[in-house]
Design a protein around this ligand. Structure first.
Ligand code: SF4
Ligand code: SF4
Length: 544
């Protein structure tokens, strides 16, 4: 992998001297380790998207359709008419610079075009030139730039160096959301057939097999059954994990990585323990076997198509409401777009916990509740028999995954759970958590090996905060509630802060939750010894 050759001492040397070149110069150097492979034509065909054959960003000549300028011009016009936010974001930036040093990619790279204000300006300058009177008359003097092939290359480089994390928007006095500008930028590139593999292939997989990872329905079923078998070995209890059960009360949807990747898998074990222990009437679906939504990293059209799958399946199975697992983009889509794209879901009921009677009014329209809200409510009502000592081998801190934190405001629920299932929780510095949380550096489809230098640079602020609590409190695990985080944080920490693991919140729930009739547990869900519960100890005996 690219990071093998990247030395820490090189990456922390961040060049902050502005380049001599004017920012209006669109020239970009596609340096190894800082860009992603392009989508293959077969994938784009499968998605009915335009494509220009095989090419890579390092090619001198990019294959563009003959009328590419017209396509982009029409694309901008259509989006200005359709999305009021886009028009406002193009017009109201006063270039105050409050957002400038808030992006992790700027902090880690020092590249001024990774300042959110300048990233947006790459598109805004074309808007000014072609769509405003001042730009049409004064051109460059009014901040306008001509749309050239070099600008397209520049867009590709910088709109795929933004993880759409929205940290910058928290600091903008005008509420400009640069992530939305990136989304439009990516949509425009897609109109020319320009996209990246690690966005388009998961999308195609999702349409073909139901999930981003391309796991077929029988593979999905095998994975769940494997987890049930393994849990029986750990706990002595065979849990029920129904799939495609018509008439169940609740449809449960999780990101596909939860049943296919590590450390996600231990979160899955935690869900299964929880659902068994409270006797939940629920079902998995082999059709909606993906909660995540990579459409968010591609276009509004793709967001809508993927989101609708979950609701179509809820209707087919006849459930009352939907419960969602630990995922990031799933929740941003749910909270910010579902209603106007596919909702309101009037055929479902407002979620009510069958255990506590709590009505989740915040989900009155989407009819979908986040598992951390659901579990926190169970704990608050004393419905779970928890022994936090069973997580004493962990000293956790919590990474607010960008989307659940900033897009949903899920700040207290995960912390409430963590404090009830573990004894040694420590927060990272306050300007790196909650609404101000730093991105993992690899979201929005950028978590590829070929992009490793940019990932490590972008992840530096997050790793730095982890390093702080590791040194101060001996923190040894970073908890989070996002499938992308669980995939991208381990290599990031291995590079910057070795010996800190990554885990889901419900993995620790699964460790702490004492199941009726379980055999004495001496290991956690990873098979690692639990401190104080080793065979023959007093705690092990009490735990029976
Ligand atoms: S959305 Fe995140 S990655 Fe994109 S410019 Fe803002 S802070 Fe940077
Ligand atoms: S903080 Fe807002 S108004 Fe100020 S430069 Fe950034 S995007 Fe523009």
């Amino acid at each position: 992998m690219a990071e093998d050759k990247l030395k820490q001492e090189d990456l922390v040397q961040i060049e902050l001297t502005p380049p001599a070149r004017d920012w209006m110069d669109p020239t970009v150097e596609f340096r190894k380790g800082t860009w992603n492979y392009t989508a293959v034509p077969e994938t784009l065909d499968y998605l009915s998207l335009p494509n220009q054959g095989k090419w890579q960003p390092t090619d001198e000549e990019w294959p563009l359709p003959d009328n590419w300028q017209e396509i982009i011009h029409e694309g901008i016009k259509e989006r200005l008419d359709k999305y009021r936010s886009f028009k406002i974001f193009m017009d109201i930036c006063v270039r105050c610079g409050a957002c400038a040093d808030k992006c992790h990619f700027f902090i880690g790279s020092g590249d001024p075009k990774n300042m959110p204000v300048l990233r947006a300006e790459l598109l805004r300058s074309i808007y000014r030139n072609d769509f405003t009177m001042a730009g049409k008359v004064l051109g460059k003097i009014a901040g306008g730039r001509k749309l050239t092939r070099a600008v397209i290359k520049e867009w590709f480089y910088y709109f795929f160096q933004c993880t759409e994390c929205r940290r910058c928007s928290v600091f903008c006095p005008y509420g400009i959301d640069t992530a939305e500008i990136t989304m439009i930028g990516r949509e425009l590139l897609s109109l020319l057939g320009l996209g990246i593999e690690w966005v388009c292939t998961p999308l195609a997989n999702c349409f073909r097999t139901g999930n981003h990872l391309g796991v077929q329905p029988h593979g999905f079923k095998d994975s769940i059954e494997f987890a049930v078998d393994e849990l029986e070995e750990i706990t002595g209890i065979r849990v029920n994990a129904p799939i495609n059960k018509k008439g169940a009360e609740i449809l449960f949807v999780a990101p596909s990585a939860d049943y296919f990747a590590s450390p996600h898998y231990y979160t899955l074990l935690g869900y299964l323990i929880l659902f068994h222990e409270i006797g939940l009437d629920y079902t998995w679906s082999s059709y909606a076997s993906e909660g995540g939504n990579f459409g968010l990293f591609h276009s509004h059209e793709m967001i809508k198509r993927l989101n609708s799958k979950i609701y179509m399946e809820a209707k087919r199975l006849g459930v009352k409401w939907i419960l969602g697992g630990e995922c990031g983009h799933m929740w941003r889509v749910l909270n910010q777009y579902m209603d106007t794209m596919n909702g309101p879901a009037d055929f479902l009921e407002v979620p009510v916990s069958p255990l506590t009677g709590t009505k989740f009014e915040n989900a009155a329209s989407t009819k979908m509740t986040h598992i951390s809200e659901f579990t926190a409510d169970l704990i608050k009502h004393g419905k779970l028999n928890l022994d936090p000592k069973r997580n004493d081998h962990w000293v956790p801190t919590y990474h607010d995954s960008c989307n659940p934190a900033r897009a949903m405001g899920l700040l207290e629920e995960p912390r409430y759970i963590i404090k009830h299932v573990s004894n040694n929780f420590h927060e990272m510095p306050e300007n790196t958590i909650r609404e101000q949380t730093f991105c993992c550096g690899s979201g929005a489809g950028l978590g590829t090996d070929e992009n490793m230098e940019m990932r490590l640079r972008g992840g530096l602020p997050r790793a730095n905060a982890v390093s702080y609590v590791k040194e101060k409190f001996d923190v040894n695990v970073l908890l989070c509630m996002c499938a992308i985080d669980k995939a991208t944080l381990p290599p990031l920490l291995e590079y910057w802060v070795p010996d800190v693991e990554v885990a889901g919140v419900h993995e620790l729930v699964g460790n702490a939750l004492m199941m009726k009739g379980e055999k004495p547990r001496t290991t956690d869900l990873r098979g690692e010894p639990m401190k104080g519960f080793e065979e023959g100890t007093e705690e092990e005996a009490k735990d029976v």
